[in-house]
Design a protein around this ligand. Structure first.
Ligand SMILES: Nc1ncnc2c1ncn2[C@@H]1O[C@H](COP(=O)(O)OP(=O)(O)O)[C@@H](O)[C@H]1O
Ligand SMILES: [Mg+2]
Length: 283
C-alpha cells in the first residue's frame, strides 16, 4: 500500500507541477501579450502626438500667414504710390544730367533701389492675395514656357542652361493662371539665384496617377537637411536681397490648388523642387 501511496503522490506532484508549469506559461504568455499591447498603444500614442504636433504646426503657420497677409496688403499700397513718384522724379532728374557727370550715378542708384523696394512690396502683395484661385482650365506647360521666357535674361546673365522636357504632359489643371505662373516663377527664380556662376536647371513635366508633376532640378549648392523645413516659412531667407516669401507664397498657391510642394536636396548635390497638381482632364 505504501507503494501505491508513493505512486499516487508521484502522480499528484506530477499533476501539480504540470499545472504550475502551465500556469507559469500562461502567465508568461499573458505578460508577453500585455507587453505587446503596451508597445502598440505606445506607438499609437506617438503617432497621435506626431499628428497633433503636425496639425498645430500647420495651424500656427496658417495663422501667421493670414495675419501677415492682412498687414502687408494695407502697408504695400501705402508704400507703392510714393515709390512710383520717387522713381518718376528720379527719372526726370536723370534726363537732365550728363551721363559723364558723377551725379548721374546717384540717380541710377536711386532708381535701382526704388525698383528693389518695389519688388519687395510686390512680394508682400502677392503674399496678401486671397488664396482662393479662380477655377479655369490652365495648361501648365504653356504657363511654364511663359515663365522661362520671363526669366531668360537672368538665366543668360548667370550662365545657367535651362531645359524643359514636357512631352509627357497631356493634362490641364484647374486653377488661376496668374497664381500658377507666380508659383512656377518663384521656383525658377530661386534656382537661377542659387547658381550665380552657372549651372543647369532641368525642368521635367509629366502626368501620372491623376496628377501633373513638375520637377525643377538645379545643379546649385543644395539645401542642408536642417533648413529644408524652414525654407517654406515666411521670411526665412539666406539671401542678402531675399524677402523669404517666395516659397511661402508658392506653397500657399499650390495648396489652394489642391496640390503639394516638396523638396529633395543634399549639400553639393543640387536641389529638386517637386510641384504636383491634380490633373483636371486629359487633352
Ligand atoms: N533652388 C534652391 N537652391 C538652394 N537654396 C534654395 C533654393 N530655393 C530656395 N532656397 C533657399 O530657400 C530660401 C527661401 O527661399 P524663398 O522663400 O524663395 O525666399 P528668398 O528667395 O527671398 O530667399 C532661400 O533664401 C534659399 O536659402
Ligand atoms: Mg525666392
Amino acid at each position: 500500500p505504501e507503494q501505491y501511496l508513493e505512486i499516487i503522490l508521484y502522480n499528484v506532484i506530477g499533476f501539480l507541477t504540470g499545472l504550475l508549469a502551465e500556469r507559469e506559461l500562461r502567465q508568461k504568455l499573458s505578460y508577453q501579450s500585455a507587453a505587446r499591447r503596451l508597445e502598440e498603444s505606445y506607438a499609437e500614442l506617438r503617432r497621435q502626438a506626431d499628428l497633433i504636433l503636425d496639425i498645430e504646426d500647420q495651424l500656427r503657420r496658417a495663422d501667421r500667414l493670414s495675419a501677415l497677409g492682412e498687414l502687408s496688403a494695407g502697408m504695400a499700397h501705402e508704400i507703392r504710390n510714393p515709390l512710383g513718384s520717387i522713381r518718376g522724379t528720379a527719372e526726370i532728374l536723370q534726363d537732365g544730367i550728363d551721363p559723364a557727370d558723377p551725379r548721374y550715378e546717384f540717380t541710377r542708384i536711386l532708381i535701382k533701389e526704388v525698383d528693389r523696394l518695389n519688388r519687395v512690396v510686390q512680394d508682400f502683395l502677392d503674399f496678401a492675395r486671397p488664396p482662393t484661385p479662380l477655377r479655369a482650365s490652365v495648361d501648365p506647360v504653356a504657363v511654364l514656357r511663359e515663365v522661362l521666357q520671363l526669366t531668360r535674361q537672368l538665366a543668360l546673365k548667370n550662365g545657367v542652361e535651362v531645359s524643359l522636357d514636357a512631352d509627357a504632359v497631356s493634362a490641364t489643371v484647374s486653377g488661376e493662371e496668374e497664381q500658377l505662373k507666380q508659383a512656377f516663377l518663384n521656383l525658377v527664380l530661386n534656382a537661377l539665384q542659387a547658381m550665380p556662376t552657372g549651372g543647369t536647371l532641368t525642368i521635367a513635366a509629366g502626368s501620372e496617377g491623376g496628377e501633373v508633376q513638375l520637377r525643377f532640378r538645379d545643379s546649385g549648392p543644395g539645401i542642408p537637411l536642417d533648413l529644408q523645413e524652414k525654407i517654406f516659412n515666411p521670411f526665412f531667407t539666406t539671401r542678402r536681397e531675399g524677402t523669404g516669401l517666395g516659397l511661402a507664397i508658392t506653397q500657399r498657391i499650390v495648396s489652394a490648388h489642391g496640390g503639394r510642394l516638396e523638396v529633395a536636396s543634399a549639400m553639393g548635390a543640387g536641389s529638386t523642387f517637386i510641384l504636383a497638381l491634380p490633373a483636371e482632364k486629359h487633352l
